[in-house]
Design a protein around this ligand. Structure first.
Ligand code: ADP
Length: 540
């Protein structure tokens, strides 16, 4: 027997329509590439999104066609999110930190027909435009009179002129909620990048779950700063949840340095901010230098890579800001787990240990850990295993990968190695490709890095395994020092005593000027291992 409720499809246009009706005056503030702080509101964003949809009709872009963006976080990017998906086209967010070769490959693979970009990326667009035959229109996020006088790009269009020529009266189409809404390519540290194609249904369900009190806990009373880029898994879905709850949004544009982020938080009464650890490191360093404190910030979401305990302590103890440690992946839209306590009992130390894990699953995400033979491992907080997930916002296949679905019996293998404790809190111990295997045992590189990160003078630390004749591999810690600071090698190694088993202590410290970072700001250990391939362990 079927239920007899209305069959209204879950469409992205419904969230922007809701924001327009009920939160039209709520502010959207953006630092622009022009350098100024631009103010608009949900009502205006919704109207301009409709103009954008109409402009795509005029350009004869068919439903299902891909419309790409290469842009920082800002109101024009937000309008494009809703204008493109709402009108049944597919939004494809490009990552400007990729090389021109990678970008060209991705644009061609996705078959993008329109590319909208911030003017700061003009040189990058000029470098790739000749090699992107599917692109019919290049659109600069600028007014007509701000377009460059000369450019290699033929028929470069002005976004503002396109909107101007289009009407804000537009009826969002109704179609199948399983239709593709947006796509995002994984960074592809091995092989070519892989496309993840989200649907309207997956996006809306994810947006609903993301807003829940034990997830990001967003409401109309919040002022939210997504520092995480809109080209990185849709800024963790925040633009959609923000429209759904009608909160204020504050966009940093290209300025993600400590001072700019701090000024935005204070100036715009930000209550919740989200970003990767590297961003918070720059913010905290700025606040240290200037002796600053937060006056409005209540919560910060830290994810993308593990939150170092030292960073947790600074936010929680020094500033009274709640840390929501979250884990997810491009393939998961991205939310998988968030660290929020189930109850407040227990001493602060136990709570801290719990909250430093990657968190417990958001409703909709089912997970398990298995050994290499596929055998399910115990949820005792000790047994490690390969982490598998399934759920309505987790991919079932990559876009035209030609390799067949990555699923194993309906589960997506995340490539992460984790423990799960009896309370359901999951802790990532490593990426499976970064695990260090010493004498048949696994060493968690994340644990080793966290200890180094808490040591005075250490700015960044990466733990990698290097070949060892007896133990297979031994860990070393690669360290970038803070400017004008010295780090005593012996003292750093001694600081591991009592924190990890003796055999897990790194064999050596190697100082480098920089650790290679990927397009999403994560340490590229494969590149680092390659850079240190001639390194010899002491006494081998
Ligand atoms: P990519 O896989 O292309 O680097 P993603 O953003 O999809 O980009 O990265 C997902 C991976 O990032 C996860 O599988 C995990 O290894 C890592 N990750 C994300 N959040 C965390 C976290 N809180 N702690 C540790 N690792 C994390």
């Amino acid at each position: 027997m079927l239920g007899i409720m209305q069959d209204r499809p879950l469409l992205i246009s419904s969230i922007i329509t809701h924001a327009e009706r009920f939160h039209s005056e709520t502010a959207i503030v953006s630092r622009r590439v022009e350098g100024d702080l631009h103010r608009t509101d949900w009502g205006t964003v919704a109207k301009r999104a409709k103009r954008m949809a109409g402009a795509l009709d005029t350009l004869a872009i068919a439903p299902g066609s891909r419309v790409a963006t290469l842009a920082w976080n800002g109101y024009r990017h937000l309008e494009t999110y809703f204008g493109v998906s709402g009108s049944q086209r597919v939004l494809h967010t490009l990552n400007p930190r990729l090389s021109p070769q990678q970008l060209t490959w991705i644009v061609n693979h996705a078959g993008d027909e329109v590319v909208c970009f911030d003017t700061t990326f003009l040189p990058l667009m000029e470098a790739v435009c000749d090699q992107c035959p599917t692109v019919k229109h290049w659109v600069a996020y600028a007014a007509e009179d701000q377009l460059p006088a000369t450019t290699k790009i033929k028929n470069l269009l002005s976004y503002e002129a396109l909107l101007e020529a289009s009407s804000e009266v537009y009826e969002w189409p109704i179609f199948d909620e399983q239709s593709a809404s947006s796509m995002c390519y994984t960074s592809g540290t091995t092989g070519n990048p892989k496309g993840v194609l989200y649907s309207h249904r997956s996006t809306i369900i994810h947006a609903l779950a993301a807003g829940l009190p034990d997830t990001l806990n967003l409401s109309a009373r919040d002022s939210v700063l997504p520092v995480v880029p809109m080209f990185h898994v849709n800024a963790w879905g925040i633009p959609y949840t923000a429209a759904l709850v009608g909160c204020k949004l504050v966009f940093p544009g290209p300025a993600m340095d400590g001072q700019s982020v701090y000024d935005l938080i204070e100036g715009e009464g930000v209550t919740m901010a989200a970003g990767v650890p590297t961003v918070w490191q720059m913010l905290l360093a700025h606040m240290d230098k200037e002796g600053k404190r937060f006056s409005t910030l209540k919560r910060t979401v830290i994810g993308g890579s593990a939150c170092p305990p030292a960073m947790y302590d600074r936010f929680v103890d020094q500033f009274g800001v709640q840390v929501l440690h979250a884990w997810g992946m491009t393939e998961m839209s991205p939310l998988g787990t968030v660290g929020v306590l189930k109850n407040q009992s227990g001493d602060p130390q136990t709570q801290r240990t719990q909250l430093l894990k990657q968190g417990r699953p958001v409703f909709g995400v089912d997970m398990k850990i298995v050994d290499d033979a596929g055998q399910t491992q115990a949820w005792d907080g000790k047994a490690t295993g390969n982490l598998l997930v399934r759920g309505p916002w987790i991919l079932s296949d990559y876009y035209e990968s030609g390799h067949g679905s990555p699923l194993v019996d309906g589960w997506f293998p995340t490539g992460d190695v984790a423990t799960i404790d009896p309370q359901g809190f999951m802790q990532i111990t490593d990426r499976s490709k970064d695990v260090i295997k010493s004498g048949g045992e696994w060493i968690s590189s994340i644990d080793i890095e966290n200890i180094a990160m808490a040591f005075p003078g250490v700015m960044m630390a990466a733990c990698i395994g290097v070949p060892h004749p007896k133990w297979d591999e031994r860990p070393i810690i690669v360290v970038v020092r803070k400017p004008d600071t010295d780090v005593d090698k012996a003292a750093l190694l001694a600081s591991y005593e009592g924190k990890v088993a003796k055999w897990q202590t790194p064999d050596d410290v190697v100082f480098v000027e920089a650790i290679p970072l990927g397009a999403t700001g994560k340490m590229q250990k494969m590149v680092l291992r390659e850079q240190l391939k001639d390194y010899q362990l002491p006494n081998t």
